[in-house]
Design a protein around this ligand. Structure first.
Ligand code: NAD
Ligand code: DAU
Length: 337
């Protein structure tokens, strides 16, 4: 298959491109990415001379650019998005443009070019937070809490509306929090590891007892690949680790502190995120039964490997923690008591 992968220079997109090139020697990939602050071609350095890989710089909200890049691609997998909840609280504009308008543009291209498949990479955040013991099903109502998750929910509704109206061959995935190599250091796990390696404290929002169901990024990539090849058109698939017992943020941080031989004085409790979702959890039985998907990397093992990756790859993250990042960090954290 020839695939147009949008947002391929970001965290999950770059891991997905590696996954495809490694596991599907017959596939070709066009990586279509705007290269925002979160896009980083260093994530793909090792494949840039692969004949099956091409990079195209462009914006998914710009239809002419998408049409120029699409060539004879048969499918689009849309990872492109503005993705950081905290940034969506500071300024939602880019979220509305990329996550909603960009998705609409891609759907129009699928319709016009009669593509065979469109995969929308959504998120468990569209369900909003849920009480302990509840696991959201794909048919549950969408109750997003932040401008980020509201923009992702709007995109999901557009995808489903294009399915109903024009019978497009679309599918949606909704995954829990990913972690692993190549994650921009504004997100909790890479922020914690890189701050500690720089001898800086780690900001913990509120009481730190919020729960995320952390999934190793390669497990998510395998799920998206299964959806691409075996998923049923018009369907939504949840992915998550089903971590049992659950790991609140503080437990994650404590494991990282231990691995890096740092003490409790590196925890900095700060004001909570506005509208902070307390707990996410999804029911993954549909992906397990229909696609034969299961997570393979446990959190203890995956977190250890991830911390080691950031320890070894200071050449990767040092350049990122400068300029734009520092200005953002100051705005987000300086007066946060
Ligand atoms: P990321 O922020 O690391 O990367 C986003 C990529 O999209 C970057 O390369 C950026 O340059 C590109 N991009 C942004 N705007 C664009 C535009 N207008 N046109 C083209 N490219 C653009 O994101 P991520 O964490 O890899 O997330 C990828 C997708 O997965 C997103 O859709 C996100 O909502 C979803 N998701 C993320 C997680 C997670 O834990 N990170 C979990 C579930 C779902
Ligand atoms: O659930 C899937 C979502 O996971 C994706 O859709 C988003 O794109 C992705 O960014 C992620 O959202 P979160 O808001 O859960 O991720 P983040 O890494 O920002 O935060 C994880 C948890 O850690 C959350 O409860 C907030 C907390 N946190 C985060 C930061 C950055 C802190 O306590 N301190 C921090 O400095």
């Amino acid at each position: 298959m020839k695939l147009l992968i949008t947002g391929g220079a970001g965290f999950i997109g770059s891991n997905f491109i590696h996954y495809i090139l490694k596991n599907h020697p017959e596939d070709e990939v066009v990586n279509f990415d705007k290269l925002t602050y979160a896009g980083n071609l260093a994530n793909l350095k090792d494949v840039e001379t692969d004949k099956r890989y091409k990079f195209f710089k462009g914006d998914i909200a710009d239809k002419s650019s998408v049409l120029e890049a699409i060539g004879d691609c048969e499918a689009i997998i849309n990872f492109a998005a503005d993705t950081h909840v905290d940034r969506s609280l500071l300024d939602p504009d880019a979220f509305i443009r990329t996550d909603i308008i960009g998705t609409r543009v891609l759907l129009d291209v699928v319709k016009e070019k009669k593509l065979k498949r469109y995969i929308q990479i959504s998120t468990d955040e569209v369900y909003g937070d849920v009480e302990k013991g509840i696991f959201c099903k794909e048919t549950d109502p969408l109750r997003p809490s932040s401008p980020y998750s509201a923009s992702k929910a709007a995109a999901d509704l557009l995808v489903l509306a294009y399915r109903r109206t024009w019978n497009l061959p679309v599918l949606i995935t909704r995954c829990t929090n990913n972690y692993g190599p190549n994650q921009y250091p504004e997100k909790f796990i890479p922020l914690a590891v890189t701050n500690l390696l720089q001898n800086q404290k780690v900001p913990v929002y509120g009481d730190g007892l919020q729960v995320r169901d952390w999934l190793y990024v390669e497990d998510h990539c395998r799920g998206v690949d299964l959806v691409l090849r075996k998923g049923q058109e018009g369907e939504v698939y949840n992915f998550g680790a089903n971590q049992d017992p659950e790991w609140p943020n503080l437990k994650i941080l404590e494991a990282i502190l231990k691995q890096l031989n740092k003490g409790d004085e590196f925890k900095s409790f700060v004001a909570d995120r506005a509208g902070h979702d307390r707990r996410y959890a999804v029911d993954t039985s549909k992906a397990e039964q229909e696609l034969g998907w299961r997570p393979t990397t446990g959190l203890t093992e995956g977190l250890k490997a991830t911390v080691e990756w950031y320890v070894d790859r200071q050449d990767w993250w040092h350049p990122l923690k400068s300029g734009e990042f520092l200005a953002y960090y100051k705005k987000q954290y300086q007066d946060r008591k």
